[in-house]
Design a protein around this ligand. Sequence first.
Ligand code: B4P
Length: 191
Amino acid sequence: MLNVVLFGPPGAGKGTQSEILLQRYGLVHLSTGDIFRANIKGETALGQQAKAFMDKGELVPDSLTISMLESEVVKHPDSKGFIFDGFPRTSAQAAALDSFLAGKSSAITCMLALEVDEEELIKRLLNRATTSGRADDADETIVRNRIAVYNRETSPVANYYRDQQKYRGIVGVGSVEEITQRLCSALDTFL
Ligand code: B4P
């Protein structure tokens, strides 16, 4: 199986690039942010719990996130592999994902990390707010908090994959096509 972790700060382009990569490599795209937003829209119990954290730009607790992700993976038993977009975001999530995949005789192939500077991220997210309707994009204080949470809690996850020689940093500034090309070149070295 080909299991790719697409990593990077909020607004780095994970969702944008996942849509392209999933078609090119025939993978299933699992975005924890999208799944939470679908639950919020559907007014599920999970959605109600997640909303309180997301609206502030905080991470949803690991206990909720890990069990939700696992239940999504098992919905695709015949998949050639997955793009994990926005997951794992903590070291506990990374360890849980490894042991879950090991139980399926599988593993993460690589982590591709989009690198974008902070001011560009803020510009993109405030721009997306004009069309996304997302409360967490609209307020610059919340956007900055999401980036601070990323720097504090999520960026250390990269070391987890560096230690396994599965990490590749990708310049995430340029045209969408240029960045796709960089991602594909890096991914192809793992095939
Ligand atoms: P996510 O939904 O993952 O949101 P994101 O990080 O903001 O999006 P992404 O990086 O995919 O940006 P996009 O491609 O859209 O998370 C939202 C919240 O959910 C989190 O804050 C957290 O509360 C919760 N959550 C999710 N997963 C969790 C987990 N595992 N654990 C705990 N909590 C979790 O790109 C952004 C914008 O940039 C777009 O407008 C796009 O058009 C633009 N863009 C993309 N590429 C560009 C380029 N090359 N040049 C210029 N603009 C570009």
